[in-house]
Design a protein around this ligand. Structure first.
Ligand code: ATP
Ligand code: MG
Length: 431
């Protein structure tokens, strides 16, 4: 296949077993979100570029170098494939006045786009599950968001996920810290790399987030935001921690956790693992009370998190938590003119009773059809020859054990199959 027709680098096709794993994972995720009262929101994948610039911040990795931005060739609009979904959620909530009827717990699930260097756990199209709680002020919702994550790890059987926690305080507190930071880094100008020098006055907090080993010592000795927090911020932070302690959720306070997006304040957190190499953060979130106002609305408290689905899935796979793949209940083989026609109502009749049925298509000998039936993983084959068709009957043949094959009236097939499948499940030890 010509290189120019292949999928875009860093963007993956997901199919068959993998795609089924995704679907099983997604079903679990939806149940989990529902169990906390979160309701879905779906926003467009493309948004006006200024939305992300304003929400995420001009001096951030995402806006500076990761966005898929383009000009609509037809009308010149500046558009961007969403690199994250919080900005769009907040936009939608504002646009449709969703908070008029009170605070909302919302969740989203879907693809995000960032132009990063592709590697394991880092893609250009990747997927996030996110929860956004809008209109809640107190530390209880922050704590609940974190507890939710802990429950999901439990539901998925994931171990070894660690919680890192910090508070970024209020805008004023950050401003005081920021001034102190600029002072400090100015005194050590000679040790700043190019990125840091550029960010010194535009976004000095982000210097703390540097991955440059040469700057680690400098960054470690820098003024700590926690020391600038006032009573209210400290009380909020203590409130979050009290709930976590009651629930027995362990955490580490990491005063250097600043998050890569500008909109956070007060509580921020990350769930990290050592099992995924360099891409160890599976979930990141926090409070973003200023974002609605930043987008032109009235001040609204908000908090949320986003999880990387690819990273979570690979952890789930590694922990062996994946249930067996789905096989159909029945594979229908048929040969002869009357049989070929009769096979359709037989298959449809079974589906109407809720069975998963693969109807053989494409003809071929009984022998080759039976091979396909075997390969399908179905526990039963329904065999129809002209003989059976004329008598409105079918032959039901067990494929996985030594049971007898038998002739059954077509109108009794569903009942019989239900009994037999129940017996198969019992043998397998399930209910
Ligand atoms: P990182 O430091 O790994 O780049 P980030 O701070 O940019 O992460 P967020 O914007 O907070 O990430 O996104 C939340 C989660 O989404 C991350 O913790 C991660 O699990 C996942 N994620 C982010 N970017 C990617 C990507 N390019 N490919 C796969 N997953 C990603
Ligand atoms: Mg990133």
């Amino acid at each position: 296949m010509s290189q120019s027709l292949r999928a875009v680098r860093g963007m993956n096709d997901i199919f068959l077993d993998d795609a089924e794993n995704w679907e099983q994972f997604e079903a679990l995720i939806r149940d989990w979100l529902k169990s906390y009262g979160y309701r879905p929101i779906r926003t467009p994948i493309v948004e006006p570029t200024p939305l992300f610039k304003r929400a995420i911040g001009e001096v951030t990795d995402i806006v500076e170098k990761e966005m898929y931005s383009f000009e609509d060739a037809l009308n010149g609009e500046h558009l961007t494939l969403r690199p994250e979904n919080t900005a769009s959620c907040v936009r939608a909530v504002m646009q449709h006045s969703l908070l008029h009827s009170g605070p909302k717990r919302l969740y989203y699930y879907g693809p995000m786009f960032r132009h990063e260097r592709p590697q394991k756990g880092r893609y250009r199209q990747f997927h996030q599950i996110g929860a956004e709680a809008l209109g809640f002020e107190g530390p209880d919702i922050d704590a609940e968001l974190i507890l939710m994550c802990a429950r999901l790890w439990d539901d998925l059987g994931l171990q070894g996920l660690r919680l890192e926690l910090n508070s970024l305080g209020s805008a004023d507190e950050r401003a005081a810290h920021r001034a102190a930071l600029i002072d400090y880094f100015e005194q050590h100008r000679d040790q700043l790399d190019e990125d840091a020098t550029r960010r010194l006055h535009s976004n000095p907090l982000r210097i703390l987030d540097t991955k440059n080993p040469a700057m680690q010592a400098l960054v470690e000795a820098a003024p700590v935001l926690m020391d600038f927090l006032g009573a209210e911020s400290l009380a909020h932070f203590a409130g979050v921690q009290a709930v976590l302690k009651d629930a027995g959720v362990a955490y580490r306070i990491n005063t250097r956790l600043v998050r890569g997006l500008d909109y956070y304040n007060r509580t921020v957190f990350e769930w990290v693992t050592d099992q995924l190499g360099a891409q160890g953060t599976v979930c990141a979130g926090g409070r973003y009370d200023g974002l609605v106002e930043q987008l032109g609305g009235k001040s609204t408290p908000a908090a949320g998190f986003a999880m990387g689905v690819e990273r979570l899935l690979s952890l789930w796979l590694a922990s062996g938590g994946m249930p067996a793949q789905e096989a159909p209940d029945v594979y229908v083989v048929h040969q002869g003119e009357a049989a070929d026609r009769f096979a359709f109502p037989v298959a449809e009749g079974l589906r109407a009773h809720g069975f998963a049925v693969v109807l053989h298509c494409g003809g071929g000998s009984f022998k080759s059809q039976m091979k396909k039936a075997d390969g399908s993983g179905a526990p039963f084959a329904v065999i129809i020859g002209d003989d059976e068709a004329q008598a409105a009957e079918v032959t039901l043949k067990p494929l996985r054990d030594a049971g007898e094959q038998r002739r059954v009236a077509a109108d009794q097939l569903a009942d019989m199959l239900a009994d037999l499948l129940l017996a198969v499940d019992d043998d397998n030890g399930s209910v």
